[in-house]
Design a protein. Structure first.
Length: 143
């Protein structure tokens, strides 16, 4: 049981200390390791684990997170984590998180989606948002 909890964390470590930079990071001229530092602001409310809210409520330390897991966020439509309660507009959204709309959302969540329940003012620095995007691309992919 303890080993199962360590596997996602171990994968994150391997990604950051493995030689080379992901191809998308080279194309976008971003630094996932710097995005990891930016993600520290997000960690309070979002996890990077694959568990659903129902699984997390069984005693995992991530059960206290206010936001949905970001694991697999680029492979599913926005607002569709099973068991998470979204605002009406996010629940009804019909888009995937791509660089452009994630960038706009992270710049100013309330401007992007006026009824968002995400209590976050946004990240004004363009480079920080880009680095965060690259970090999330590198750690949230479903195999």
């Amino acid at each position: 049981m303890q080993v199962a909890r360590l596997i996602p964390r171990l994968l994150v470590v391997l990604i950051f200390f493995a030689p080379g930079v992901p191809v998308f990071a080279e194309k976008l001229d971003c630094k996932p390791q710097k995005g990891r530092q930016v993600f520290a602001r997000c960690r309070k409310c979002h996890s990077l684990t694959a568990q659903s809210p129902e699984e997390l409520s069984k005693g995992d330390q991530d059960r206290q997170k206010e936001g949905p897991t970001l694991f697999g966020m680029f492979q599913r439509p926005a607002g569709k984590v099973q068991g998470f309660v979204y605002s009406d507009s996010m629940r009804l959204a019909e888009f995937y998180w791509e660089q452009e709309n994630l960038d706009a959302f992270l710049r100013s969540p309330l401007t992007f989606m006026t009824d968002t329940t995400m209590a976050f003012r946004g990240i004004r620095n363009d480079k920080q948002r880009l680095n965060l995007y690259c970090y999330l691309q590198s750690v949230t992919q479903v195999e």
